[in-house]
Ligand binder design. Structure first.
Ligand SMILES: [Zn+2]
Ligand SMILES: [Zn+2]
Length: 136
């Protein structure tokens, strides 16, 4: 079964549509404990079957400490939209769960520590965890 969840950033410049094969309640948002993410706290969700469609205006792209992943922000309200990177020439990523209107249905948040992983381990993990990211 395919379910679609929608949302937007704070200023509404960016619309988010997430297509998943399980309800939001089955997702545990992931909160990263690195310095970069502690400075701009957010929780993200993804799974390989997820399709994330972003549509909007201008975007700001930041890279975190090890330069592997892109952090996509609305350039107007600075909300994090998604995290992503190119894996085998496909853009993959995870969406900011708090953008979704039904974010209150989400499962329990878990803390992750990707800073403990090597670059190769991260890429490997994202390949197994991230969905398909469109529109950025
Ligand atoms: Zn915005
Ligand atoms: Zn982090």
């Amino acid at each position: 079964m395919i379910m679609i969840y929608k949302g937007s950033c704070n200023c509404n410049q960016w619309q988010v549509e997430v297509e998943v094969t399980k309800p939001l309640g089955d997702f545990n948002p992931r909160s990263c404990d690195c310095d970069y993410c502690k400075n701009s706290p957010s929780v993200i969700i993804s799974e390989p079957n997820m399709r994330i469609d972003l549509a909007g205006g201008e975007i700001t792209i930041n890279r975190n400490g090890d330069q592997l992943a892109n952090f996509y922000y609305c350039d107007s309200c600075n909300d994090l939209l998604a995290v992503g990177c190119d894996l085998n020439s496909q853009l993959r990523g995870a969406v900011n769960a708090n953008l979704l209107r039904d974010a209150n249905q989400l499962g329990k948040t878990i803390e992750i520590q990707p800073r403990l992983l090597s670059a190769d381990e991260k890429i490997d993990r994202w390949g197994r965890l991230w969905g398909q990211l469109n529109g950025v």
